[in-house]
Design a protein around this ligand. Structure first.
Ligand code: NAD
Length: 315
């Protein structure tokens, strides 16, 4: 009995501290601690990181955050010109820590699974090895779940889930051979708690939270971030893009800040890190610790049972 009382009190204190700190910080308690007192991303200098979706948004800014600390990079995405632009900026930001040879451009489509091995091997041959695979390429969605055509679900799972799964298996084979390695996956807070109008997207993000963990895996869960995300989002129809540009007045984390927090999470090898502007993190803590709050059915039931009582009273 005493054991459970102490355990309960401990959990309440932990939850309280997390929630209070989350109101003053833009990330979860563990990442908040590591940013202040943990290892600096400087320690990643000389490591090789393979980043997918490096041509824009979170992938691009994570590449910049790492380049500033002298991390060697394989930049993968579909558009070679955009990757070359990111490469030039990485070299500039590295302040002479990186040479042209240290930033490799790898044009590839994540849904062309047959090509994954060839592209990953290209980076391995170029650098001699890869230390970290940073699975980031992905697209969101804006659509009412009941209207989504199955083809859209399939395309989304191909990109957000099977692309990362297939490439991670190839990387794992390499990591097993060289005896070390680290896989990171940019999922989302939408993989921690459901968000409206993004049914299949949440499904893809929850799915990658369940990757097997026989190697160190870091799950990175950003909330809303300034990127091309909404412009590129799937809708309910195959081939359509949502096409909404985020506005400077929108409340979102900058991709620059998100990229830096990703670098902190990588060097400190966190298991799961959340990052978002206030007050999304305390909300996430509440949803995770009190999941009943995220079940609208429960609220409806409460309302219905109140109505029933009132009807019964009238009867
Ligand atoms: N922006 C947000 O608010 C937000 C929030 C949570 C999670 N995320 C996640 O962050 C990741 C990056 O998204 P972003 O916000 O930077 O969006 P973005 O559209 O700016 O970047 C997506 C990147 O993925 C690449 N990509 C898309 N399809 C590809 C394909 N078939 N093959 C290879 N590369 C492909 C794009 O070229 C681009 O480089 C995604 O996994 C997304 O789910 C974003």
């Amino acid at each position: 009995m005493i054991f459970f009382t102490v355990l309960g009190a401990g959990m309440l204190i932990y939850w309280g501290v997390c929630t209070v700190l989350a109101f003053v910080s833009d990330c979860d308690l563990e990442l908040f601690f590591y940013e202040k007192f943990g290892k600096s991303p400087r320690r990643l200098k000389g490591k090789v990181v393979f980043i997918t979706g490096a041509s824009s948004g979170i992938g691009e800014f994570t590449a910049y955050a790492l380049a500033k600390f002298g991390v060697k990079l394989a930049l993968a995405a579909r558009r070679p010109n955009e990757l070359l632009r990111v490469k030039r900026k990485c070299l500039e930001l590295s302040n002479n820590q990186l040479s042209d040879h240290d930033v490799l451009v790898v044009p590839m489509d994540m849904t062309d699974f047959q090509s994954h091995k060839r592209h990953f091997q290209y980076a391995v041959q170029h650098f001699g090895h890869v230390d970290i695979l940073f699975n980031n390429a992905g697209r969101s969605q804006r659509a009412l779940w009941e209207n989504i055509e199955l083809e859209v679900d399939k395309q989304m799972f191909d990109l957000n889930v099977f692309g990362a799964v297939n490439l991670s298996r190839i990387a794992l084979d390499h990591f097993n051979r060289v005896g070390s390695g680290h896989i990171a996956v940019v999922t989302s807070l939408a993989g921690v708690m459901g968000v409206p109008y993004s049914g299949s997207y949440c499904g893809t993000k929850f799915a990658v939270h369940k990757l097997p963990k026989n190697i160190h895996v870091t799950l990175l869960c950003p909330g809303p971030t300034f990127t091309n995300f909404l412009a590129e989002s799937f809708t309910d129809k195959p081939g359509e893009k949502y096409g909404l540009q985020v506005q400077p007045t929108d409340k979102r984390m900058t991709a620059d800040r998100c990229g830096y927090l990703n670098a902190v999470a990588l060097v400190n090898k966190t298991k799961e890190s959340w990052m978002a502007i206030r007050p999304i993190i305390p909300l996430a803590y509440m949803m995770v610790y009190f999941p009943i709050l995220s079940r609208p059915n429960y609220i409806y039931k409460l309302r219905d049972s109140k109505n029933d009582t009132e009807i019964n009273k009238k009867d």
